[in-house]
Design a protein. Structure first.
Length: 315
């Protein structure tokens, strides 16, 4: 089944890693703009300037001496997320749903003593989760309460939606669904599910789990295809605007749907992976070439780019 999908993807123009790196990332992503997406604090500040919603920033720990202040600073926030500013793949992220002065409760129900929590923050600052392995900052931000649309196909955690954007045009998307194997993280390499999304109507399509095509969530047993995603066009528009603000021509925009705020930009990625092709059962290359051949008026505004993408990449 997976071989048939790969053969089909080849006919629709599969994008390989070398081609992605040389023809798209190196060609359209200036190195000077990488810090804007590699550092989540900079991304968040830039998004705020452009009116793009992100999780509320509570505090940034810049050095080890600032850890002792956290106990006092966190008194006003019963729940929050602690994460590295320059982390990747979900590493180093801790979701806290409740706490006392000495004990912190994670989303999985595990209780962490203050000493262990502060040690984790220290590890973030030391750079053990950062992209380059260099010293990092620790972000404390609001916890997302996911909208119930994916509740039946999610094991703990928060599902997110990855949208690939090329020259400001959304070209392909998938929803990443946490599983028990991924420890509630929406990361495919950790064992999350990736389900493709039809651009025309925002309904989930095929799904991939550990490089295998699946139809049902391994933990909940519910079908992962045929789910209508709310705010679909709004999310495509946020992704298109996020590309504009970074000056990067080829990016992945990761969004979540909060139960109260709606779509929220979580982070941006200047080196988005290629598994999204398996999730959609379709190659990226053909879509990228279609964008390159688009009339110039398509690129006038984020709205025109999104409308064109829905018309050309819908099934």
């Amino acid at each position: 089944m997976i071989l048939d999908t790969i053969r089909s993807m080849r006919t629709s123009g599969i994008l390989g890693m070398n081609n992605r790196n040389t023809e798209y990332i190196m060609a359209f992503n200036p190195r000077s703009s990488f810090p804007l997406v590699d550092n989540k604090v900079l991304t968040k500040k830039l998004a705020m300037e452009h009116g793009i919603p992100t999780p509320t920033l509570y505090h940034v720990v810049l050095h080890h001496g600032g850890i002792s202040e956290l106990k006092t600073l966190l008194k006003d926030h019963r729940e929050f997320v602690a994460k590295p500013a320059r982390g990747s793949g979900g590493s180093g992220i801790v979701l806290i749903i409740n706490h006392t002065e000495e004990t912190y409760v994670t989303q999985s129900g595990k209780e962490i003593p203050w000493e262990d929590f502060s040690y984790h923050i220290s590890g973030i600052l030391s750079g053990i989760y950062s992209l380059e392995g260099l010293e990092d900052d620790a972000i404390i931000e609001s916890l997302i309460h996911p909208a119930p649309v994916f509740a039946d196909v999610t094991y703990q955690g928060v599902p997110d939606i990855r949208i690939i954007v090329y020259r400001g045009v959304p070209v392909m998307s998938m929803v990443r669904l946490p599983t028990k194997a991924s420890d509630g993280k929406a990361n495919l390499h950790r064992g999350a599910i990736g389900a493709g999304i039809n651009f025309k109507d925002g309904i989930t399509l095929t799904a991939v789990h550990h490089s295998n095509l699946i139809t049902h969530h391994p933990d909940t047993g519910n079908p992962v295809n045929g789910i209508k995603i709310p705010y679909w066009e709004k999310m495509l528009l946020i992704a298109a605007k996020a590309a504009d603000m970074t000056d990067l021509g080829y990016i992945g925009a990761d969004l979540v749907i909060d139960s109260e705020r709606g779509p929220v930009l979580l982070e941006l990625n200047a080196r988005p992976g290629l598994a999204i092709q398996l999730a959609n059962g379709s190659g990226l290359l053909k879509r990228l070439k279609t964008v390159e051949a688009a009339p110039q008026n398509v690129f006038e505004t984020p709205e025109t780019r999104v409308a064109w993408a829905i018309e050309n990449f819908g099934i």
